[in-house]
Design a protein around this ligand. Structure first.
Ligand SMILES: Nc1ncnc2c1ncn2[C@@H]1O[C@H](COP(=O)(O)OP(=O)(O)O)[C@@H](O)[C@H]1O
Ligand SMILES: Cc1ncc(COP(=O)(O)OP(=O)(O)O)c(N)n1
Length: 275
């Protein structure tokens, strides 16, 4: 019998196309040798062309999943993805307080403020932005917005690397312990640089920009790789550096799928053995 591996929790929506959301999170946890546990927030109808609808899970059921997992199995870190509604966000905040998830508590908490799919389909109701700002960011060990989410949450339009630091400072004012601004959407930058900020120090995470349209699930993969490293006991700068290394390889190995946008590969660490 083997010993129990590190465990992590993803609180997120499903993607029927298997590219993003909870599916990308679970594959990433697996690739990192971490047992995946889940609290489903919403079931999306989705493929490589976009999201055509979703059904929300009742908030009390989302909270019950978190309690069930943490009180029995235990997790070394937790992350959020698609949260859909203000009611679900409030339920998550309450459950996290009960079980010790969040900054200053036992279990580090990565909040990826997913608001829309890369096709522009809304995944978070407009009235839930206040819930993210007021209830989740102050509990977050790390928030990981892309530049569209920065604009929605702070009103700041980032058009340069210098603007990313302004964005990090504005996000930090919303209460998280660390902020990671993702630079994938800064098309004017020939590279893909992300920026980590803790209210004092700035760490630049440079990376190449691959010429591919298949980046579905990239943000989920980055946040779940960071969560995996935290679950194994890494500190935040180490975990974020690992997450960046992981997602660079995942984008490099992205593959076409269906008639639209394919996913980044969470398989890149697996052996090439054909069976
Ligand atoms: N074309 C690309 N080549 C390499 N890395 C990329 C590319 N696009 C995004 N990334 C990286 O993938 C991660 C997710 O980025 P981003 O696209 O900004 O967020 P999201 O996926 O949430 O929209 C970041 O680390 C970013 O730098
Ligand atoms: C259920 C679900 N969660 C998250 C997303 C976002 O995925 P994507 O559009 O690829 O954006 P990033 O992962 O790159 O932030 C989704 N589409 N569905």
């Amino acid at each position: 019998m083997s010993s129990t591996p590190p465990r992590a929790l993803t609180i997120a929506g499903t993607d029927s196309g298997g590219g993003a959301g909870m599916h990308a999170d679970c594959r990433t946890f697996f690739s990192c040798g971490v047992h995946a546990t889940t609290a489903v927030t919403a079931v999306t109808v989705q493929n490589s062309l976009g999201v055509t609808g979703f059904t929300e899970i009742p908030p009390e059921v989302v909270a019950a999943q978190i309690r069930a997992v943490v009180t029995d199995i235990g997790v070394g870190a937790a992350k959020t993805g698609m949260l859909a509604s203000a009611g679900i966000i409030s339920a998550i905040a309450g459950a996290c307080d009960e079980v010790g998830i969040g900054r200053g508590r036992e279990i580090p908490f990565v909040v990826d403020p997913v608001s829309a799919s890369m096709h522009g389909d809304q995944l978070l109701h407009d009235d839930a932005l206040d819930g993210l700002r007021g209830e989740l960011f102050p509990r977050a060990s790390l928030v990981t917005p892309n530049l569209d989410e920065v604009r929605l949450l702070t009103g700041i339009e980032v058009t340069s690397r210098a603007g990313m630091l302004d964005a990090a400072k504005a996000m930090y004012e919303l209460g998280p312990q660390w902020v990671l601004i993702k630079g994938g959407h800064l098309a004017s930058d020939p590279d893909c640089m992300d920026l980590l900020y803790d209210g004092a120090d700035v760490v630049e995470l440079p990376g190449p920009r691959f010429d591919t349209r298949h980046t579905h699930g990239g943000g989920d993969t980055l946040a779940s790789a960071i969560t995996s490293a935290l679950a194994k006991g890494a500190d935040m700068p180490e975990a974020v550096a690992f997450g960046k290394r992981f997602v660079v390889r995942a984008v490099e190995a992205a593959y076409p799928l269906g008639g639209g946008v394919g996913p980044v590969s969470n398989f890149w660490r697996l052996s090439a053995d054909p069976i």
